[in-house]
Design a protein around this ligand. Structure first.
Ligand code: CUA
Length: 332
């Protein structure tokens, strides 16, 4: 068990590292206004701190060389005193510049936005519930572990937690913001580049903290509207006999007690909403790519795929499992 957990953690770590290199999860490849403001501070810090570091090393080298070549001398060096005073002023000036730039960037992250897309993300061990809010309740819908955003329009995200403290971090769009039980935090993201990105829980929250990822998709306006329209629709009734049998098995077993599939009898709210499960790219909060094989393996033995997960192993016969997978694969 320990080896399996270690392997899972290593795999998740490697996935995060690769994600960083491929720019889907890199704070140095901003795809939105807020991340760009943060990256400018990072750049400024780099261009100030690297020369300063080299300057300090050079001064140290010079002092050591001087001590060697002249022997130990104390005081009386007006040039050294002048140099030191100039250095102190330089450091104070640069620190002021860094502090001011950090403050200005922080203000940019908190400007009020007009007509944002409204989303609520609720963190749970170890997945994300994503609710798209609307003044008209019939225009609201719920999904899980995926966040779709329209490009060039701000999205205001309310952040909550149902259990412990988590932290949402989508490096290409903004900095980290904690999700704290009993409190609602707010973060705004204004994407400027369409694409597929990755978010990650950034606060240690238990065994599967590393496997608490969020699939992020920035779409152009029409693609976002089309996605939203598909999400608003209830699940289609399956048309094949095995998928129909799968729907019945899903509703007759423990599955329906934890999961909602809109338009069916399944109305559990403990686990992720599965209404359009088959349209997602990942499974188990980014732990697995979504396909028939991983879905089947996940349901058959969740602890093997994500040790510690709250998803129980529901006792199913082979045929029941195959039918349920057939059914879930129809949930586009
Ligand atoms: Cu949730 Cu770490």
């Amino acid at each position: 068990m320990k080896t399996r957990r270690a392997t899972a953690l290593l795999a998740a770590g490697a996935a995060s590292l690769l994600a960083g290199c491929s720019h889907v999860q890199s704070a140095l490849a901003p795809a939105g206004d807020q991340a760009a403001a943060i990256e400018r501070v990072w750049d400024l810090m780099l261009w100030i701190c690297v020369p300063m570091y080299l300057l300090v090393l050079a001064a140290l080298g010079w002092a050591l060389w001087r001590k060697h070549s002249r022997g130990h001398t104390m005081g009386g060096d007006r040039h050294a005193a002048f140099g030191l005073a100039a250095f102190v002023i330089l450091v104070a000036g640069l620190l002021t510049v860094l502090t001011a730039s950090s403050y200005i960037a922080d203000r940019r992250l908190h400007v009020a936005v007009t007509d944002p897309v409204k989303v609520r993300i609720t963190a749970m061990q170890w997945w994300w519930q994503v609710d798209y809010l609307d003044a008209d309740p019939s225009r609201q819908f719920t999904t899980a572990n995926e966040l779709h955003l329209p490009v060039d329009r701000p999205t205001r995200i309310e952040l909550r937690s149902n259990d412990v403290i988590h932290s949402l971090w989508i490096p290409v769009l903004n900095g980290k913001e904690d999700l704290i039980p009993g409190r609602t935090n707010v973060i705004v993201m204004t994407p400027r580049k369409t694409g597929t990105y990755r978010g990650q829980c950034a606060e240690f929250c238990g065994l599967q903290h590393a496997n608490m990822a969020l699939d992020v998709q920035v779409d152009d306006t029409s693609a976002f509207a089309a996605w939203k329209a598909r999400q608003l629709a209830p699940a289609a009734t399956p048309s094949t006999p095995t998928a129909l049998a799968g729907m019945r098995a899903f509703n007759a077993t423990a599955c329906a007690m934890c999961h909602t599939i809109a338009g069916t009898d399944a109305g559990g709210v403990t686990g992720p909403n599965l209404t359009h499960l088959a349209s997602r790219r990942t499974l188990a909060a980014g732990a697995l790519p979504f396909n028939r094989g991983t879905l089947s393996a996940w349901i058959a033995d969740p602890q093997r795929q994500k040790p510690g997960t709250n998803m129980p192993e529901v006792p199913l016969q082979q045929q029941q499992l195959a039918d349920i997978v057939d059914y879930l694969m129809t949930l586009q």
